[in-house]
Design a protein around this ligand. Structure first.
Ligand code: BES
Ligand code: ZN
Length: 593
């Protein structure tokens, strides 16, 4: 029985699901999704069919003709969940499973009205990558198994549902106080790209093929922030070929969303912390958009090849940035990425298996080892291939790669075979084996230099010897340049230094979360009391893991900030996504004292 994905019970020799029909009602009072999923098999089949489930309460399993199908639901494995083994009677073409979700489905977050911008209605959203679709849908939950899907989603009539799919028809009233919205996704996607959000949502058109969805209180700010998205789509198409997903819409979620963005096809999910008011954080949109090619068209076969999704996408994101804003801006992105990479390598240790690109994660929860390594080491490897092959040859290679593998899932080994075929000798010249299979960052990693970056780095590192930026200089920095400067300051400063920085750079009041969080990380690590209130406000609202990790980490340094961290976490934990809560717990476990 070839199980080919260490994080799924999917068996490549069994019948495959080709299409899913979801008919689900969203019950906010009970925090459950309930209804039925119909699995349409690629051909009439018989015998065993193993599905992934986690926490699901199964009511019945039948053929579409209503004949019961016998099944066994195994005990729950901590990472994989429960294998559900059906025994299909001969000629089964469709399997209809009636069920509801479990009490703490990690793929879903339920928010009370107080956690939304409007404060009047509840909200729910899904986050299925890497392996959480199985907490809402019984399915072959491996990226090697792609499906198209249709859905009928029943929600309270004051609310709207959106999905990673196109809308079908108008909402229709169903039972009292509810209405049903229909969706269709005619393109085959891995199950981690199925997505649903329900809340008080409205939308604003940005171009004929792009609009932004958000709560009414947020939609105007979101429309302004992301107004340039069509230009990004055009730039990406010039590099990677036509945009294949029909629409590129975006959804701005409430601030507890645990990621910066998630590339759900046709509907990127975004954190509201991107709404800086100056369009300075749209690189995240650029990244999620780039996944429309690298990730969504060409998909990692399993989480052991996750770097194929993220490394290529970070590289693509910076190429789009370069096309739109020039090589200096791209170099700043690479510098910020390098800082994140070094932090991740340091966290795991330079010889940790979690710092290789092609991983072996059997028995490991992918959420526990999420880091910048697949992103930034992966992107550096792609950039090195690009430099070695030459840009023109590499651009032709990327287009050929996307054309050849679109709508399929690929392994590192398949990629490298294709590299050898298209760009003979390049893999050996860059030392691909070390990049892919050895820990740490190889010595031949590309470095992206610019005069401004060197000046910013020197200025930050020169703090202890008295280097200070002049006011006019600070005023000339872009937000990303200011971030690079802050990243190169010492992690611990005396109170006078903190006071100087805050007075000159106006840091505590910033609405740009990248800058604000970098500053708060320094200030909390320095036990600088004037920022405690601001830190508390941020941490009680924002659940983005990228920010929780450094902030709670920095608070571990001093007794007073450790007490602050514990107080904040006690109040915030019930509002955090399970993933966010787990990250903070893992950081606080390492506090000494
Ligand atoms: N696909 C990821 C988010 C993800 C990865 C969720 C793995 C669950 C498991 C998304 O494209 C992403 O990388 N988001 C980044 C933004 C980015 C600019 C690097 C994030 O959320 O910070
Ligand atoms: Zn990504």
């Amino acid at each position: 029985m070839p199980r080919v994905d260490p994080h799924s019970y999917f068996d490549s020799e069994q019948p495959r699901t080709r299409h899913l029909e979801l008919d689900l009602a969203v019950d906010f009072d009970r925090q459950r999704v309930a209804g039925q999923a119909t699995l349409v098999l690629e051909r009439p089949s018989a015998g065993p069919l193993d599905l992934d489930t986690k926490g699901l309460v199964i009511a019945s399993v039948r053929t579409d003709g209503g004949r019961p199908i016998s099944y066994d639901l195994d005990g729950e494995e901590p990472i994989l969940g429960s294998r559900m083994r059906l025994t299909l009677p001969a000629g089964t073409a469709k399997v209809v499973i009636a069920y509801e979700t479990g009490a703490d489905a990690i793929g879903l977050q339920w928010l009370g009205p107080a956690q939304t911008a409007g404060r009047r209605h509840p909200f729910m959203f899904s986050q299925f990558q890497p392996i959480h679709a199985r907490t809402m849908i019984p399915c072959q939950d491996s990226p090697m198994a792609r499906v198209t899907y249709d859905a009928a989603i029943t929600v309270p009539e004051a609310l709207t549902a959106v999905m990673s799919a196109g809308p079908v028809g108008e909402p229709v009233g169903s039972e009292a106080g509810m209405r049903t919205l229909r969706f269709a996704m005619p393109q085959a996607v891995p199950t981690y790209l199925i997505a649903l959000a329900v809340g008080d949502l409205t939308s604003h058109d940005l171009s004929p093929r792009a609009r932004v969805w958000a709560e009414p209180a947020t939609v105007a700010a979101a429309a302004w922030e992301f107004a340039g998205v069509e230009r990004m789509i055009v730039a990406a198409e010039e590099m990677f070929g036509p945009y294949e997903w029909d629409r590129y819409d975006m959804l701005v979620l409430p601030p507890s969303f645990p990621y910066g963005g998630m590339e759900n096809p046709r509907l990127t999910f975004l954190t509201p912390t991107l709404l800086a008011g100056d369009r300075s954080l749209v690189d995240v949109v650029c990244h999620e958009l780039a996944h429309s090619w690298t990730g969504n068209l060409v998909t990692n076969a399993t989480m052991d090849h996750f770097w194929l999704n993220e490394g290529f996408t970070v590289w693509a994101e910076r190429r789009i940035l370069e096309a739109l804003h020039g090589p200096e801006a791209a170099a700043v992105g690479w510098a910020i990425g390098r800082t994140a990479l070094l932090e991740s390598v340091q966290r795991f240790g330079a010889d940790s298996p979690f710092t290789v690109l092609r991983t072996h994660l059997e028995g490991v929860d992918p959420d526990d080892v999420y880091s910048s390594v697949p992103y930034e080491k992966g992107a550096l490897f792609v950039a090195l291939l690009e430099r070695t092959a030459g840009r023109a040859a590499f651009d032709a290679f990327i287009r050929a790669y996307i054309r050849k593998f679109h709508f399929t899932s690929v392994t590192t080994e398949q990629l490298m075979a294709f590299v050898e075929q298209q760009l003979p000798g390049v893999a050996a010249r860059v030392g691909a084996d070390e990049w892919l299979n050895k820990p740490g960052v190889p010595a031949n990693a590309p470095v992206f230099r610019s005069a401004s970056l060197e000046a910013l780095t020197a200025l930050g590192e020169g703090w202890p010897t008295g280097a200070r930026p002049a006011a006019a200089q600070v005023a000339s920095w872009s937000p990303s340049e200011l971030l690079v400067y802050l990243q190169h300051l010492p992690r611990q400063l005396d109170a006078a230094s903190c006071r100087w920085l805050d007075a000159e750079l106006k840091l505590t009041d910033r609405g740009n979360y990248e800058i604000l969080v970098e500053w708060l990380t320094i200030a909390l690590g320095s036990d600088y009391e004037p920022v405690f209130g601001r830190a508390r406000d941020v941490l009680l609202r924002v659940g983005r893991m990228k920010y929780l990790r450094p902030l709670f980490g920095a608070m571990g340094r001093h007794p007073r900030t450790r007490a602050l961290a514990r107080e904040i976490f006690a109040a915030a934990a019930p509002t955090y996504h399970t993933l966010s809560r787990r990250v903070v717990e893992s950081v606080m476990e390492k506090y000494d004292g």
